[in-house]
Design a protein around this ligand. Structure first.
Ligand SMILES: *Cc1c(COP(=O)(O)O)cnc(C)c1O
Length: 469
């Protein structure tokens, strides 16, 4: 299994070489040269597997430069009941006869990003060990990604994490979650600025090639292929749990932002998993919904991105979308480059001539959910089923509704637990979300965080002093 760039300018490389990289050298994204395919008989033979064993089967098809026994060790270390709270790792929670939640948020930070990040932590450590190398992860976070990365990489050999966050702009819960980590390889940096300014500092450091090479600076952003591959696993898991025999189909509804989660569903479908529909749910930031409705992709600038009550989906430039367009264009790298050139020149590209294929060939449909929809969906779901859902999951439940069909299970991906976004929960049902027992004392724990000015030089100096080497 080798990986190429969506833009055609990279000689195919093995998994371990693309693992630690961000963009391909030509500005494109790494994708498998050919996708593995899974036939119905193989799929049926997987029904009795544990989550970790299923992950070994599926990830083994994307990773052929890690011996199978080692890979199994990594998946079993990542997907343990002690980390995800139950033997099943990903529970199905029925809301009605046809709709269930796919419980992806049982990990340490209560959001689905733990599913991929926990595996990434183990595979990073493994590859760095083999190469006798070190890596310093530098990132910016407004919440979910940073905490998932820190919990996955805490205490890992060879890796340090430097995570910038905007001072005073995260929820108390999110702050407590990140800043209470006492591991020496985890460095929280609270910057006196907003998220975009944190992001600008990270970009400035990433373009300082000398600094980057000297300190082995890397990233764990949403374009990392290993994250996508790890996410493919739970689509197979959901299908296996929601069906009883081969040939049955399942639809998935996915609260979307950077197009990473639903891209994994697209990959699973391309591999042969019988998925009927992939329902893409956005909040008021509906760039992706607009694409699936009109065929025109027109990302928006940060100042036109609304701050909503499903904040992890407040994204107007979906970093993984290029991988889907690559498939849409039948993997024609010239055609893909033409789209991205047009995007750079005019701010948009137009694939409306392909509109009929979005659903018929790829199963994609889309819809928007607003703040009022979220409140209403959280409230009615709670009243009718007793299940409390978070605002992002509510967007998925709302947008899924018109696509529910009799006899076809609809699995809504539960991308976070309500305790993380309790203000909106309180607005919806008049009381806060319960905090899981093991996290109740979190905000009383001592916090470990460096306060810094909004200054590239100050952050650079701190990293140079504390980097793993
Ligand atoms: C990251 C995130 C999303 C969006 O996922 P993408 O892979 O960026 O589409 C949705 N919900 C929650 C809670 C998230 O943390």
């Amino acid at each position: 299994m080798k990986y190429q760039s969506t833009r055609g300018g990279m000689t195919p490389q093995p998994f371990s070489d693309i693992l630690l990289e961000g963009l391909a050298p030509d500005g494109g994204l790494a994708v498998p040269v050919t996708l593995p395919s899974i036939d119905a008989q193989t799929l049926e033979s997987w029904r009795g597997l544990s989550y970790a064993d299923l992950a070994t089967e599926i990830l083994g098809r994307f990773i052929d430069d890690i011996p199978r026994a080692d890979l199994a060790r990594l998946t079993h270390a990542a997907y343990r009941p002690e980390v995800f709270g139950s033997e099943g790792i990903v529970p199905l929670k029925p809301l009605s006869a046809s709709v269930s939640l796919l419980g992806l948020s049982e990990g340490p930070t209560l959001a689905f990003k733990d599913m991929a990040m926990q595996f990434l932590g183990h595979v990073f450590e493994y590859v760095l060990d083999k190469r006798n190398a070190t890596l310093n992860i530098v990132g910016a976070t407004s919440g979910d990604t940073g905490s998932a990365a820190e919990y996955a990489l805490r205490g890992k050999r060879g890796v340090s994490v430097f995570m910038l966050s905007p001072q005073g702009r995260m929820s108390e819960f999110q702050r407590a979650q990140m800043y209470s980590l006492q591991d020496e390889n985890i460095h929280n940096i609270a910057v006196d600025g907003v998220f975009d300014e944190c992001q600008d500092i990270v970009k400035a450091l990433a373009s300082d090639l000398d600094f980057k090479a000297r300190h082995h600076i890397g990233a764990v952003n949403s374009i990392n292929w290993a994250r996508i591959a790890a996410q493919v696993v739970y689509y197979f898991w959901g299908w296996l749990r929601a069906t009883t025999g081969s040939g049955q189909r399942v639809s998935f509804s996915v609260p979307s932002g950077n197009f990473g989660n639903i891209l994994a569903g697209h990959i699973a479908r391309q591999m042969g998993l019988p998925i009927r529909r992939l329902v893409l749910a956005t909040n008021e930031n509906n760039v992706l919904e607009e694409f699936f409705r009109t065929g025109v992709y027109r990302p928006r600038a940060a100042e036109h991105t609304h701050a909503t009550s499903s904040p992890s989906m407040d994204i107007s430039r979906a970093s993984n979308f290029e991988r889907f367009v690559f498939d849409l264009l039948d993997r024609d790298t010239d055609a893909l480059r033409a789209c991205w050139d047009q995007l750079a020149n005019t701010g948009a590209f137009d694939l409306s001539h392909m509109l009929p294929q979005f659903e018929s060939r790829y199963g994609f449909v889309a819809g928007v959910s607003t703040h009022a929809d979220r409140l209403n969906t959280i409230r009615t779901t709670y009243e009718q089923t007793g299940v409390l859902i978070d605002p992002h999951t509510a967007d998925g439940v709302k947008v899924a509704a018109p696509f529910v069909e009799e006899g076809i299970p609809m699995l809504v991906l539960e991308t976070a637990l309500p305790a993380k976004f309790s203000e909106t929960i309180e607005q919806a049902i008049g009381k806060p979300a319960p905090v899981p027992a093991h996290l109740r004392g979190l905000s009383d724990l001592p916090q470990r965080v460096q306060q810094m000015d909004c200054s590239v030089d100050q952050v650079r100096a701190y990293i140079a002093q504390h980097a793993a080497s």
